[in-house]
Ligand binder design. Structure first.
Ligand code: WT7
Length: 633
């Protein structure tokens, strides 16, 4: 397979960028034509950003898995498609060729259809990082079922919210998962969730930890018992380009998580195009993305992008610090990894463990390093460069979002220049702009503003599942006619972009998006809590920590911190637990009752001299009370 669309030089990048901007339809038609379609499209793009309505490759039909699997089985059946590294380094690795993987996906399709799951049905997946997770995702895509993967750290209540919102009829899970020294029960959490989801008729259960689980007759099946004995092909179901491929829930500034919808044709083209160009993938290379498939990074850069490109993708079950802080580097060495893609939070925590861990491994196979999920600070960037890359390979800092489907702003490895802490340049087809709070465009260089997009790209969000107006409101209403990312951004003197972080009430904790409103709602469920306010503060490892201000009914009573944390774990999951809880007598509010988070943020950051104007507050005295309470924390 050749990647005619892979840019090789900075001049190629300039040319591709100009072509994609001047004639986007011709640009994307040429790239899409390198994929396998069942029927060709009639129109490349129809769009408007008011509703919004965005349709790519309308009239075209395809199945993603023919692109991710079948065409590689024809071209190079024995190339390894998937490598799996278990949690415990003593356990055997899995290595499946493209032929093996296709056979497993086809067998899985038979299991799903035998349970009555059909094209268009929604299937939730709540599993650990075992190879069957990738197989399950691809099997859904092959039968045309819409998958919605739920990260294994979410609580039963979060699962139920997602299952109900997606109106899912089936769940795929495991008995449990291994993560470092811990075993996480998954099936029992699913059982709890399903007590409020009567529409789920099937639970497929994989055996991993072999712990005792309850199986509900008629509803639950063991995967190994449901698997057909003979290998039978399963023809890929024909999908419209704009049929749903998956839903992935993500937090916003208001309400419950939204189901971000991605569709088959455009997402395929975008995930693959960005993979091949940003990482400068070369045929046969081994790609190790350390994310969990429960997040968009895993969807686009463990499963779909690398497999559509024909790469070998490496799936790791465990965590970076088990059995020691050299685990990523040991895996890189052992599997001769070419491309390593991880998050700044992981780099910072491994940096804290000391350089002797990466220094013990030459990692001479590495060609490219990548980072994603949050702004990377200069210190972490240089440590990654020196100790992991040994100062000899490019680092790509990739900015994107669940909603964008794939990488949007990034240097291209070894092709366009890197600048520490800068994502640098938009990919071809991406037209970013900065606006002020009134939506007026900020022109020129050496400026900062809110980051928006003025033109559609193939991998962009199409809707929020079940509530299209929520999609409009969240992304297309703040600045009419533009897609608003929610991020603040600097464009330097040379026109390079540096993303500075969220400008809305969304936190980025260890690269995970946490909605402040969601955490507040969880805390407010505690009967002793009157009200709460959540803000972020700088955290050395996590990027942002979660700071909770809580008003109690009877503050003199016992310390409720433990119970409040338990409340958050119950309603959301351990990833949303506040790092600090301060009990306060009141919250700074405007006369109209709005919480002044700006002030709370400053107090959490310890910047007590810069609280700004507090005269518009209903009760300015409350600020002093919070500050003096803080000192005793
Ligand atoms: C938010 C999206 C994209 C997959 C992982 C997170 C922040 C992401 C970067 C980066 C600075 C970044 C942004 C964005 N972000 N990558 N390279 N530099 N910030 O996906 O959960 O949808 O979160 O993560 O704030 O809006 P997500």
């Amino acid at each position: 397979m050749s990647y005619t669309y892979q840019v090789q030089t900075a001049a190629d990048y300039e040319a591709a960028y100009a072509h994609a901007t001047e004639n986007p339809e011709a640009f994307w038609a040429e790239i899409a034509a390198t994929f396998r379609w069942k029927k060709p499209w009639k129109t490349v793009l129809n769009w408007e950003f008011r509703s919004p309505s965005v349709r790519w490759f309308d009239g075209g039909t395809l199945n993603m898995t023919e692109n991710a699997l079948d065409r590689h089985v024809e071209a190079h059946p024995d190339r390894v498609a998937l490598l799996w590294e278990p949690n415990d380094p003593g356990e055997a690795t899995v290595s499946w060729t493209y032929k093996d993987l296709l056979e497993r996906v086809e067998a899985y399709c038979h299991v799903l259809v035998a349970r009555g799951i059909q094209k268009g049905d929604r299937v939730c997946i709540y599993m650990g990082m075992i190879p069957e997770l990738a197989v399950a995702v691809l099997a859904c895509a092959r039968i045309g079922a819409v998958h919605s993967v739920i990260f294994g750290g979410f609580s039963a209540e979060s699962i139920a919210d997602r299952v109900l919102d997606a109106q899912a009829s089936a769940i795929i899970t495991c008995d449990g998962a291994f993560r470092g020294a811990k075993t996480i029960p998954l099936k029992s959490v699913v059982d709890q969730a399903l007590s409020s989801c009567p529409e789920v008729h099937t639970v497929v259960v994989h055996q991993r930890t072999r712990e005792q689980v309850d199986m509900m007759e008629g509803r639950d099946v063991w995967y190994h018992e449901a698997l057909p004995v003979d290998l039978k092909p399963f023809p890929a179901v024909e999908m419209e380009a704009e049929d749903l491929l998956f839903i992935l829930y993500t937090s916003g500034s208001t309400g419950k998580p939204k189901g971000v919808v991605h569709t088959c044709g455009g997402y395929m083209v975008w995930a693959t195009y960005t993979f091949v160009n940003v990482f400068q993938y070369q045929p046969g290379q081994i790609h190790f993305c350390t994310a969990d498939i429960g997040w968009i990074t895993g969807h686009s850069y463990i499963v779909y992008g690398p497999l559509c490109a024909g790469a070998t993708t490496l799936l790791f079950e465990g965590i970076p610090t088990y059995p020691d802080c050299g685990r990523f580097w040991q895996i890189t060495e052992k599997h001769h990894v070419d491309i390593l893609y991880t998050a700044p939070t992981a780099i910072r925590s491994l940096m804290a463990a000391g350089p002797e861990f990466p220094d013990a491994y030459p990692m001479s196979s590495l060609k490219v390093l990548g980072t994603v999920g949050e702004p990377i600070n200069a210190e972490a960037w240089h440590w990654y460069d020196q100790h992991v890359g040994k100062g000899r390979i490019p680092i790509v800092d990739t900015w994107w979002q669940t909603e964008t489907g794939g990488i949007m702003i990034s240097n291209l490895a070894g092709v366009t220049e890197a600048k520490p802490t800068y994502a640098t340049r938009p990919l071809p087809g991406i037209q970013p702009l900065l606006v002020d709070e009134h939506g007026a465009e900020i022109h020129g260089n050496g400026v900062s503003g809110n980051l928006c997009m003025r033109y559609p790209w193939p991998g962009m969000i199409r809707t929020t599942y079940g509530d299209h107006d929520r999609c409009r409101q969240a992304y297309f209403s703040t600045y009419p006619g533009l897609y608003f990312t929610g991020d603040g951004c600097i464009r330097d003197e040379e026109g390079l972009y540096r993303i500075t972080g969220r400008v809305d009430d969304v936190l980025n904790v260890s690269g995970h998006r946490i909605g402040t409103a969601e955490v507040e709602n969880a805390i407010n469920m505690h009967p002793q809590v009157v009200e709460s306010a959540i803000v972020g503060y700088p955290h050395d490892i996590k990027g942002q920590g979660i700071y909770a201000y809580v008003i109690l009914h009877s503050p003199e009573k016992e310390d409720l911190r433990v119970e409040i944390l338990a409340e958050v774990v119950k309603h959301i999951g351990a990833i949303a637990k506040p790092d600090k809880i301060q009990f306060v007598p009141g919250l700074p509010k405007t006369r109209s009752g709005k919480i002044m988070r700006r002030i709370l943020r400053k107090i959490a950051e310890g910047e007590l001299q810069q609280l700004g104007d507090t005269t518009t507050l209903l009760d300015p005295a409350v600020v002093q009370a919070i500050i003096s309470g803080r000192a005793s924390e």
